[in-house]
Design a protein around this ligand. Structure first.
Ligand SMILES: Cc1cc2nc3c(=O)[nH]c(=O)nc-3n(C[C@H](O)[C@H](O)[C@H](O)COP(=O)(O)OP(=O)(O)OC[C@H]3O[C@@H](n4cnc5c(N)ncnc54)[C@H](O)[C@@H]3O)c2cc1C
Length: 483
């Protein structure tokens, strides 16, 4: 047993990426200092070290907006507290739209931000061009500017969180692997590591892309899978303004940020792939994956059209790294369904740097207070059925989550992958009657019925969708109440 490894801690955290360090920091900050964090290799060596570091607050839900807002606040405070600079650059961000639907979506998200007290302004295309002169304005209808968005250094931010946790008494150990979460009855009671056993009142699984396998040992479904995620960095660009805001063009699936005189641009590409299907090698540490040009060609062309300078600029770094995506695009945050005092935080779909501070704080508050600090039901691990945490399902579904990152987030949006898993005996008769099927927990259920001559297919919109008149027409007559 490692000399200073304690035999008991109130909370044991598995994983020294941004999430594990954030949970440790916030527990300690709120007075629960008997905390042990265990990392199998070095801090940040899984996914965190290679993140692009964008921190944005234009989110789709109350919880994720609250997380991102707090993340920016902490970035501005943590250096004074810990002495470690997290590399926050308040460059602002501009999200552009090239069609009316996208503009509507951006404005909706900007409203969420304003509701949370985050500054967000509409910009005309000419104003965007002034701030981002390298952008090709063709087709751009306008955009949303968020002055307090920007970027952070993922390693420095994680180091600051770990340092802040240690300063308050938490213990952080590297090169210790958790082999098993120990349970008694239906309760987590500690961990067995490769260097001894620690009993604990709470265990938090922040194991990143390993979290699924770790959870599985105890029957805890952690529905995430690693997928290949890319960005590129150009060679130095002469006279590149250092104060360029982060630019996001959702319709092109691409983002850009100034990076020490170069342009870093990344994307939600259209040919996403799962990674680590046969397991992740034991010695994975600060590793990257092969860059497959044809997987990103389509999105690369869109990027070059939006920022034409890329056509004549050399690329210095072609980066591909694994990131955990969840099966439905929502975080996995909360208590395991059948094991009390076993918490999970992961599968945040490439937002760990911007949301990790807020998500870690939420887990810490939940442990301390015995209930979540805000409504986090959208992220509850209980939403996942057993088959949704299995590899064949996740390997098809999670890449679609990546592809959809920058797609329109329509109400009622249906997934294309892993359909027709569960059908009732009425499926075919209902199909023959014009059913347009929607999927819930694998079940194909009729969302609405199309009359003859109408294709049973969603036409998405933020206004009334095409099913509205069909449902109105199908409404059953009111039953007369008997007096
Ligand atoms: C190319 C790329 C670009 C990205 N860009 C951004 C961005 O711009 N903005 C943003 O917000 N996010 C971005 N992300 C996402 C972000 O990096 C991740 O969401 C985040 O780092 C995940 O952190 P984590 O702590 O969950 O996982 P990890 O960093 O992987 O940490 C998990 C840790 O757990 C350890 N571990 C696992 N099993 C065990 C065990 N049994 N015992 C002990 N330790 C264990 C691992 O070694 C690992 O260090 C990007 C990701 C990629 C791949």
């Amino acid at each position: 047993m490692k000399k200073d490894l304690p035999s008991h801690a109130q909370v044991v955290i598995i994983g020294g990426g941004i999430h594990g360090c954030s949970v440790a920091y916030h527990l300690a900050k709120q007075g629960l200092t008997d905390v042990v964090l265990l990392e199998r290799k070095q801090l940040t060596s899984g996914t965190t070290w290679h993140a692009a570091g964008l921190v944005g607050q234009l989110q789709g839900s109350h919880a994720t907006t609250a997380f991102a807002k707090y993340g920016i606040e902490l970035l501005q405070e943590i250096e004074a507290e810990t002495g470690q600079n997290p590399g926050y650059r308040r460059s602002g961000s501009i999200s552009i739209a090239v069609n009316d639907e996208r503009m509507a979506e951006l404005k909706r998200k900007a409203d969420f931000a304003k509701l949370h007290g985050i500054e967000a302004h509409y910009l005309e295309t000419a104003e965007i061009q002034e701030r981002w002169p390298l952008m090709n304005p063709d087709g751009v209808l306008g955009g949303i500017y968020m002055p307090s968005d920007g970027s952070a250094n993922p390693v420095d931010l994680t180091t600051a969180l770990a340092k802040g946790a240690r300063m308050r008494g938490a213990k952080v150990f590297e090169n210790i692997k958790v082999e098993e979460v120990l349970t008694r009855g239906n309760k987590a009671v500690g961990v067995r590591t490769d260097q001894g056993t620690i009993s604990a009142d709470y265990v938090v699984n922040c194991g990143g892309m390993w979290a699924r396998d770790l959870g599985r040992q105890n029957g805890v479904g952690v529905p995430l899978h690693a997928c290949e995620h890319y960005y590129l960095v150009t060679e130095a660009i002469e006279n590149l303004p250092s104060d360029l805001p982060v630019l996001r063009s959702y319709c092109d699936g691409t983002y850009w940020k100034e990076d020490a005189g170069k342009l870093l641009f990344g994307f939600a590409h259209f040919q996403a792939k799962p990674w680590g299907m046969k397991g992740i090698s034991e010695d994975f540490e600060f590793d990257s994956l092969p860059f497959v040009e044809e997987d990103v060609m389509e999105v690369l062309e869109l990027a070059m059209n939006r920022v034409p300078l890329l056509q004549e600029t050399g690329i210095r770094t072609f980066f591909n790294g694994p990131e955990s995506y969840s099966y439905d695009g929502r975080f996995i945050l909360g208590q395991a369904p059948d094991i009390s005092n076993y918490f999970v935080l992961g599968g945040v779909n490439s937002t760990g740097i911007q949301s990790g501070s807020g998500a870690g704080r939420a887990v810490a508050q939940w442990i301390i207070d015995g209930h979540p600090p805000i409504d986090l039901s959208e992220m509850d691990p209980k939403r996942c059925e057993e088959f949704q945490a299995r590899d064949p399902y996740l390997q098809e579904r999670c890449p679609e989550t990546l592809v959809l990152t920058y797609a329109m987030h329509w109400p009622n949006r249906q997934r294309d992958t892993v359909r027709n898993l569960r059908r009732t005996p009425f499926y075919h008769p209902m199909k023959a009657r014009g059913a347009c099927f929607t999927e819930a927990q694998g079940w194909e259920r009729p969302g609405w019925f199309a009359p003859e001559g109408v294709e049973p297919k969603y036409e998405y919109s933020f206004g009334r969708q095409n099913w509205f008149p069909m449902c109105k027409r199908n409404r059953r007559p009111r039953v007369k109440l008997l007096r």
